[in-house]
Ligand binder design. Structure first.
Ligand SMILES: *Cc1c(COP(=O)(O)O)cnc(C)c1O
Length: 440
């Protein structure tokens, strides 16, 4: 059984219940951890991240490739530094992520910059740092990068992110990015023209092709079709630059529920092997969720129970401010008691697990067999390592929770809990007015 599999007593990643029935992260009992750091809190298993990285490396064994971890899935400096230790580079989508990656010790040469709306300042910073390449998403962006690189007297390495225009089935349309008409990438039919444009620009060098077809993909068909579409462009654009990279993007799925399919890594490896062989290029893969989702759990405590309109609610101290995915994508996360194994209470005791935020959409789990969850009890929201803390907000002036990294029996608070002083640090109650219309 590989890490990340959600079956039996293994709750996923390195979360498991020894015979005591208490949920552990690696060798650390989570109840003990919650006493030390309080709730809500995100907890990440370093062993689970290492295990997922090893699974991917095994699937791509023999394929010339680089793993560029997608920072937006979990941008904790400690996680980035662990990725660096594992030999991974990163894929960033903002200047903020560039700052984090560099702070975590990731060399600029291991940074790829994706995203549809790079600003002038972000492009400048990335050029100053000397990143590996930009994944360019439009003709306008290509021209902007060329102009800025010219001002800085550097040559900007660029890959073109092509929209392969494949039909993609993802759990939610918000996680689909590679279908015709999506906002991402250069339309397939424009690809050759944009490559020729790049060839004629003085301050950019075309170094690769890129795609990212979506997220939470279990089925390899979109990769297979997308790769074929990219390979189909290759000959037409080979003379437009010095092609080195074929970037397959991210999107590898993880199981969130016991019935969820595992991603077919063997097939992914086969698609990658084919792509590398036919293109003669080195592959770049940009997994985010795959490396971290099941390495994380959100610990939360039950505050109250209540019954309203025939519905039972379990009100906990975490909500959409900590974990937005249920509310934003209608995503499913397993919820389990921490101090004891889940009891079989039957369908007659279905409850909604909801947060304290003043929004009807503030829920973590709907219609779950947690009818016996009592006030004061500790719950774990599973698979919270990706798109969890990074999407947390201060809505309702809630302080963001800590992030804790576990390694064996040890833990470290790698992001401290925010305080109310943090909440107002950037504000001032007494405006210092400026009047740009006033004459000097
Ligand atoms: C979000 C994103 C990824 C990572 O997606 P996952 O589904 O988390 O693997 C990779 N590349 C790009 C360009 C992205 O926007």
């Amino acid at each position: 059984m590989g890490a990340g599999v959600l079956t039996g007593d293994s709750v996923g990643g390195s979360f498991h219940r020894p015979s005591s029935g208490v949920l552990h992260c690696e060798e650390l009992p989570l109840a003990l951890l919650a006493e030390r750091v309080g709730t809500p809190a995100f907890v990440y298993s370093s062993a689970a991240i290492r295990a997922q990285h090893a699974r991917l490396a095994a699937a791509l064994d023999g394929v010339p490739h680089r793993v560029h971890y997608s920072v937006k899935a979990n941008s904790s400096l400690a996680v980035l530094s662990l990725m660096h230790e594992l030999g991974a580079g990163v894929d960033i989508v903002s200047g903020g992520e560039l700052h984090r990656a560099l702070l975590a010790g990731i060399p600029a040469s291991a940074i790829v910059f994706s995203g549809v709306g790079k600003t002038r300042a972000e492009i400048e910073d990335a050029l100053h740092a000397g990143i590996a390449f930009f994944n360019v998403e439009s003709e306008g962006e290509l021209l902007a990068i060329d102009a800025i690189a010219g001002e800085l007297s550097v040559i900007a390495p660029v890959a073109l992110r092509i929209n392969p225009e494949v039909a993609v089935e993802t759990a939610h349309r918000y996680t689909r990015t590679g279908a015709k008409g999506d906002k991402f990438g250069i339309p397939y039919d424009d690809a050759v023209a944009v490559a020729r444009l790049a060839a004629g620009l003085p301050n950019v060098e075309l170094v690769g092709l890129d795609m990212h077809v979506g997220s939470q993909l279990t089925n390899m068909e979109p990769y297979r079709v997308g790769v074929d579409r990219l390979l189909g462009l290759l000959e037409a654009i080979r003379d437009c630059g010095t092609l080195r990279w074929l970037d397959l993007g991210g999107g590898l799925a993880v199981p969130y529920a016991p019935a969820d399919e595992e991603v077919d890594l063997a097939s992914f490896g086969a698609v990658a092997r084919h792509a590398a062989h036919v293109s003669g290029l080195e592959l770049v893969v940009e997994p985010g969720r795959f490396l971290v989702a099941n390495a994380g759990i959100l610990l939360t405590r039950v505050l109250y129970r209540k019954r309203s309109g025939g519905k039972d609610y379990v009100i906990v101290d975490a909500g959409m401010t900590e974990l937005l995915r249920p509310s934003h994508y209608l995503a499913h996360h397993r919820v389990e008691p921490v101090d004891r194994a889940p009891a079989v209470v039957g369908e007659s005791h279905l409850v909604d697990v909801v947060g304290p935020v003043c929004e009807s959409g503030d829920f973590l789990a709907l219609d779950r067999e947690l009818g016996d969850a009592a006030p004061g009890e500790l719950l774990g929201i599973l698979s919270a390592g990706a798109y969890g803390y990074v999407m947390a907000s201060n809505y309702n002036s809630r302080c963001r929770p800590p992030e804790v990294l576990v390694d064996g029996t040890r833990f470290a608070v790698v992001t401290r809990r925010e305080t109310v002083d943090d909440l107002t640090r950037l504000e001032s109650a007494t405006p210092r007015w400026e009047d740009p219309c006033a004459s000097a």
